[in-house]
Write a protein that binds this ligand. Structure first.
Ligand code: HEM
Length: 436
């Protein structure tokens, strides 16, 4: 997991393992095996999503998304809420996951395509039976999750099994969804291209990733064959998948762990009070976020025990020797993040959920853990480029949620896990407005 450019382990997974069948592996970031085209796209990604201005813009979008969320949650409480026990305020039971997915999906969709998908309002309309129809964006995001499963499936299941009778029905279902999302993003690209071509030269182009990709592609400043619109669409789809599932899963686990420990919840509330005062209406600035030491420690501890990506892979292009192990060329290696994060050699009381382990000030010492044993964003060249974006938005969401609502977690065990992902499958919670 070194950051050196001509690293033997730059490739995450060989294209032979199913990626060729999906025409993937030579564009985008995630599965790209070509260093030059990967670094070109990554530079654009950093400008659009990870530069300080982009992070501030992301915060603005989360803030306005949260205002919508608040509007719909308050309506739900008003329309369907009940007085539970001797509570003074009404509360309502919701599944948090669909809301979390939608708020991140809206933000990332605006950042990458400058389109507002209105996912929160259509979801509210649907669950309150005001309008049971899904809108096209919802359909797109649902199918995008299936398209992501399609890639995992192609990577893991060899072609002769994929094409086996009966199994091929499932293979076709996945592949059709993949094609549907490809056509959809391809149309987004075409529409955006037409918009860019029709605007006045003096008008300022928006700074979404799609516009950046299209203009860079037109000026062809990477000295390579320009990308096709389909390839650009695939890039966008990749960011949308990565930008929605990981943060929304993490946020759901954050609520779960805070909700199951009153002491942790109290410290979170105290930190919000200390930094923002008691009032419910305040602006969260970029600078404020760096002061949220305890909330950051809670998020880190969640990512330690529930890393959304539980395993990462690397492909040895050439033979190598790692300690006493001879690695032949073309070997796949995997890092089991989840095991590393709870390994007793590296962590005291590894199964205990304890955010204090990440608080330098709790024992007046520097953080003492081994950095190589905490790799929830991966490492080296292929380390997650959305990490600052994710941490910024997660902290912001925790502040906004806990300054406006009281949560009671109902789901006993929200976890669904396979060797690759740790997902929060369902998180039933009761929400109640905090009046202030
Ligand atoms: C809590 C949130 C997140 C977690 C835990 C997470 C975790 C990861 C991990 C473990 C990897 C693999 C790294 C490796 O192989 O070394 C990765 C890669 C990646 N992530 Fe994230 N991620 C998160 C949020 C995001 C967001 C918000 C975006 C986009 C806006 C994003 C975009 C990407 C991309 C494009 C890659 C591929 C990087 C490459 O191959 O060079 N991630 N992420």
């Amino acid at each position: 997991m070194s950051s050196v450019k001509d690293n033997n382990y730059f490739v995450r997974i060989t294209t032979r393992d199913g990626l060729d069948d999906l025409q993937k592996g030579h564009n985008g970031i995630l599965f790209n095996v070509d260093f030059n085209s990967w670094s070109y796209i990554k530079k654009i990604f950093i400008r659009a999503v990870a530069a300080p201005n982009a992070l501030k813009f992301g915060m603005k979008l989360i803030d306005s998304g949260f205002q919508d969320l608040e509007k719909f949650w308050n309506l739900l409480i008003e329309e369907q809420g009940q007085f539970v026990c001797d509570e003074q305020e009404k509360s309502v039971e919701i599944d948090f996951i669909p809301w979390a997915r939608r708020i991140f999906a809206e933000t990332i969709m605006l950042m990458t395509t400058n389109r507002h998908p209105n996912l929160l309002s259509t979801y509210y309309d649907r669950i309150t039976n005001k309008n049971p129809q899904k809108n096209l964006y919802e359909e797109f995001f649902d199918r995008l999750s299936i398209a992501s499963d399609c890639v995992q499936y192609y990577l893991m299941v060899p072609p002769f099994i994929r094409n086996f009778p009966i199994i091929n029905i499932y293979t076709n279902y996945l592949y059709k969804n993949m094609t549907w999302t490809r056509n959809y993003t391809y149309n987004l690209v075409k529409e955006r291209l037409e918009e860019i071509e029709s605007i006045d030269d003096n008008e300022k182009l928006s700074t979404d990733m799609l516009s950046m990709l299209l203009t860079a592609n037109k000026s062809n400043d990477n000295n390579e064959k320009p990308m096709t619109n389909e390839e650009i669409g695939d890039n966008i789809a990749e960011i949308l998948i990565e930008g929605v599932d990981s943060p929304s899963n993490t946020l759901s686990f954050v609520l779960y762990y805070i909700g199951n420990d009153p002491d942790i919840e109290q410290r979170v509330l105290d930190e919000i009070d200390n930094i923002f005062g008691d009032g419910p209406d305040f602006n969260v600035t970029y600078e404020d976020l760096s002061k949220l030491e305890y909330i950051e420690a809670v998020i880190k501890e969640v990512l330690r025990v529930r890393p959304v990506t539980a395993t990462i892979t690397r492909f040895a292009t050439h033979s190598d020797q790692i300690d006493e192990f001879q690695i032949p060329s073309s070997t796949h290696l995997s890092v089991n993040i989840l095991s590393l994060h709870v390994h007793q050699n590296y962590w005291e009381e590894p199964t205990k959920f304890n955010p204090l382990r990440f608080l330098a000030s709790s024992n007046n010492e520097k953080e003492t853990y081994d950095k190589n044993a905490l790799v929830y964003f991966g490492g080296g060249l292929r380390m997650c480029p959305g990490r600052q974006f994710a941490m910024t938005l997660l902290k912001m969401m925790v502040v906004l949620l806990y300054s406006k609502y009281k949560f009671e977690v109902i789901t006993k065990e929200p976890l669904a896990q396979n060797s690759i992902n740790t997902q929060c499958k369902e998180l039933k919670i009761r929400i109640r407005c905090l009046k202030g």
